[in-house]
Ligand binder design. Structure first.
Ligand code: MGD
Ligand code: SF4
Length: 716
């Protein structure tokens, strides 16, 4: 097809956090084909099925091409002016009558960075409410909590190049084969090239990633803290700790106060492999073997994790314990040695964590709770010092609860589909019905547009310009390839229009995404998170921050270490942490919020598969993908299936304390998933698997425990 296109446009894949570089082929103003960008360090020219089939999504007949307003209960086409006037009047009225905290914004790790920045400035800096949250609360908030508590600043120190240097991969709570397929390809290549590479996969569920594992560990759901502490115990007991590194670069804490190394060792005595065996169901010898592989001197170890660790009530603590293993062994900030959280969405990092578009954050990794940070941002935004409220805004689950109890009257939802993706979603239905809800969407109908008072047609991925920040601190520019379909507009233009109509035009003089970026760059100066400029980003195939002086555009491959990190003169320096020392935490063991019992005897876990993306509003438009996986299912262990008298294809009802869902059965291969565990896909809007999941949240990160709840299973 090379000769059949008029131009190739450099962009980034619309889907996962890997951020594969993509070249978009355009012919006669239409996207005809895409291919992997061979010059991109992340994917080196490869794409997975989701990326390849993106062209099938763009012009699907469910694209919204005109604004829609609800009239007499039905969404009717309207003009842009009518829709925007209605939204402006409703938001103005609510702010005047009930105060700024009566409105809110719910965004996404799939929005562009400029969109996140402007939404944040509009709500926090202009309107004066911190009720700005987004779906990264459902996926990465615990990783943020882990990095900030251990290292004093968010986001990984490692990079994708670490794949080339690691001898041991410790992968826990991640189905990398399906959630990050191109990275899995790098892993399999590594194993082929260097067969002695050791791959450990630790997960309650046996999945495709286990196929390349040297050691496959399937533990009782929710018991990972016992496993991670037991590994630390073995590492220290068997003399694999790097005492010099520990003394130089770390401190210890029990979460309340500083403790000594000796006290930490005492704490770990509780976590012998034998005791951990009783909790996790993993053989003590296997725990020892894995700890030895992890800790072996002279070898490089890379840990990776994602939602199995983050979507947990113990999410932040489990993140801390992974960091502990790297800190006690000194296996960090070296090529191939790093803890490395895999990000679910393409720009959860760039558009939300970095722009500060969560209810407790401000741009440049600043936080609402810090008065100095609020002052700095008020100055940068040119608003009165007291405009940014000192009150942390509502986190996702509270935000939707507040829609139901009347605290939130108007909500702007952008680039996400919460009526499908929230846990225990039926409990929030009243809120969706009551609140005046604007939904900026590329497609209609979705579970959320069904409740919308106004639907705004959003330009899709390749129809606008902007920036994503991917999993490894890599900022990438997405060029506009084609014009928006129908009357659709980029989310950025819609937000700017709203800002002007609400009377804040002077704060939003931007004409282009680059204008927004230039202002945002000023907010990153001096934050250790300086980003690259637009000209640099247009030219490069991704640049990793911090980019200190814009001398060349290489960025910092690894962070906290010289010479890569411009803030470090020599060796390693955890400069964001108190006294420059990363914290090793003695966190008490915490299991899941809900455990199985006689009435609800099965654990249910939910997650991704290779083919579909989240709520299927995009991948469901691809005939090739729908042919491969047309329906969601629940997978159960063959032994459980026999015991229950259930066969492949049967319909069953999953019932939890919160709700029920009917779904067909897939009987797994032997051992898949472990007996007593069910695995459900959740991409279909009806019936909704999230009627069953639990909305218990991690006390620190407020991330819900999507990965574990107790259910019973009934034959329909
Ligand atoms: P998506 O399907 O990604 O799901 O949940 P959501 O964010 O709700 O929704 C993105 C929406 O943006 C789509 O409807 C798409 O059509 C729309 N869109 C696409 N492009 C644009 C655009 O340019 N502009 C605008 N305005 N809209 C656009 C994801 C969430 O789900 C996440 S992040 C996680 S990690 C959770 N995972 C999870 C789980 O593991 N299990 C269960 N059971 N539930 C889960 N829910 C959570
Ligand atoms: Fe897109 Fe992720 Fe697949 Fe790469 S691995 S093509 S970023 S979905």
């Amino acid at each position: 097809k090379q000769n059949e296109v008029d131009k190739w446009v450099k962009s980034v894949c619309r889907y996962c956090g890997t951020g594969c570089g993509i070249l978009i082929g355009v012919k006669d103003g239409k996207v005809t084909v895409v291919k992997g960008d061979p010059d991109n360090e992340g994917n080196k020219g490869l794409l997975c099925a989701k990326g390849y089939f993106l062209p099938q999504v763009i012009t699907h007949n469910e694209r919204v091409t005109k604004p829609l307003i609800r009239k007499n209960g039905k969404l009717e086409p309207s003009t842009w002016d009518e829709a925007m006037e209605l939204i402006t009047a409703k938001f103005k009225e609510s702010i005047e009558m009930n105060g700024p905290d009566s409105v809110g914004f719910y965004g996404s790790g799939q929005q562009l960075a400029e969109e996140g920045y402007v939404a944040n400035k509009l709500f926090k800096g202009a309107i004066g409410t911190n009720n700005v949250d987004g779906n990264p609360r459902l996926c990465m908030a615990s990783a943020v909590g882990g990095y900030t508590t251990t290292f004093g600043a968010d986001e990984p120190m490692g990079c994708l190049d670490d794949f080339e240097h690691a001898d041991v991969f410790f992968i826990i709570g991640s189905n990398i084969a399906e959630a990050h397929p191109v990275l899995f390809g790098r892993l399999t290549d590594k194993k082929k090239k260097v067969p002695n590479t050791k791959i450990i996969i630790a997960d309650p569920r046996r999945h495709r990633s286990h196929e390349i594992a040297d050691i496959s560990m399937q533990f009782v759901p929710g018991t990972d803290m016992a496993l991670l502490h037991a590994m630390a115990n073995v590492i220290i007991e068997e003399g694999m700790a790097d005492e010099e590194f520990i003394a130089k670069h770390t401190s210890f804490s029990n979460g309340k106060e500083a403790i000594t190394f000796e006290a930490y060792k005492d704490f770990l005595k509780e976590f012998t492999p034998e005791k951990a065996e009783k909790v996790t169901g993993l053989p003590a010898d296997q725990i020892r073997e894995v700890a030895r592989l992890f800790g072996e001197k002279g070898k490089n170890t890379m840990s990776m994790w994602t939602m199995g660790i983050n979507q947990r009530v113990a999410g932040v603590w489990a993140n801390n314990l992974i960091h502990n293993l790297h800190l006690i062994t000194g296996k960090i900030c070296k090529p191939g040695s790093t803890p490395f959280s895999l990000t679910g969405q393409p720009s959860a990092c760039g558009s939300v964590r970095e722009t500060g578009a969560l209810s407790h954050l401000l741009p440049g990794h600043r936080v609402i709770a810090n008065e100095k940070h609020r002052k700095e941002m008020a100055e940068l935004w040119g608003v009165p010092a007291d405009r940014i409220s000192p009150k942390v805004g509502l986190h996702t689950m509270e935000l939707f609860k507040a829609c139901g109890d009347g605290r939130i009257k108007c909500l702007y939802v952008m680039c996400t589909n919460p009526a499908h993706s929230l846990p225990n979603v039926n409990a929030y239905q009243e809120g969706f019905e009551k609140v005046f809800m604007v939904v900026a969407e590329a497609f209609h109908p979705t579970a959320t547009t069904k409740y919308a008072d106004v639907v705004l047609p959003a330009a899709f991925w390749c129809e606008k310009e902007g920036v994503y920040g991917n999993t490894d601190r890599r900022t990438q520019h997405l060029a506009k390839a084609i014009e928006p379909l129908g009357e659709a507009k980029p989310d950025l233009d819609i937000l700017l229009d709203l800002a002007h109509r609400l009377g804040h035009g002077d704060l939003f003089p931007f004409k282009t995404p680059e204008d927004v970026w230039n202002e945002y760059l000023k907010c990153t100066t001096g934050t250790h998170m300086e980003l690259a400029t637009y000209p640099e980003l247009r030219e490069a195939h991704g640049i990793q921050w911090p980019v200190k002086d814009h001398q060349g555009n290489k960025g910092a491959i690894r962070r906290y270490v010289a010479p890569d990190d411009p803030y470090v003169k020599e060796g390693i320096d955890f400069y964001s942490a108190k006294n420059h020392k990363a914290v090793i935490f003695a966190r008490p063991y915490l299991g899941p919020a809900e455990v199985v019992d006689k009435e609800y005897p099965y654990y249910l876990t939910t997650g991704r598969i290779l083919e579909h993306w989240h709520t299927m509003t995009m991948t469901g438009k691809c005939p090739s993908i729908m042919k491969a996986v047309p329906k969601q299912y629940v997978e159960l262990n063959p032994k459980d299936a026999i015991e229950l008298g259930i066969k492949e294809g049967d319909r069953v009802r999953l019932v939890s304390r919160r709700g029920k869902v009917e779904i067909s059965v897939k009987v797994g291969r032997p051992g898949e998933p472990r007996p007593g565990l069910l695995f459900a896909l959740w991409f279909e809007p009806d019936p909704l698997v999230n009627a069953v999941t639990i909305d218990a949240v991690d006390a620190a990160s407020k991330e819900p425990e999507f990965k574990i709840c107790a259910v019973k299973i009934e034959k329909v």
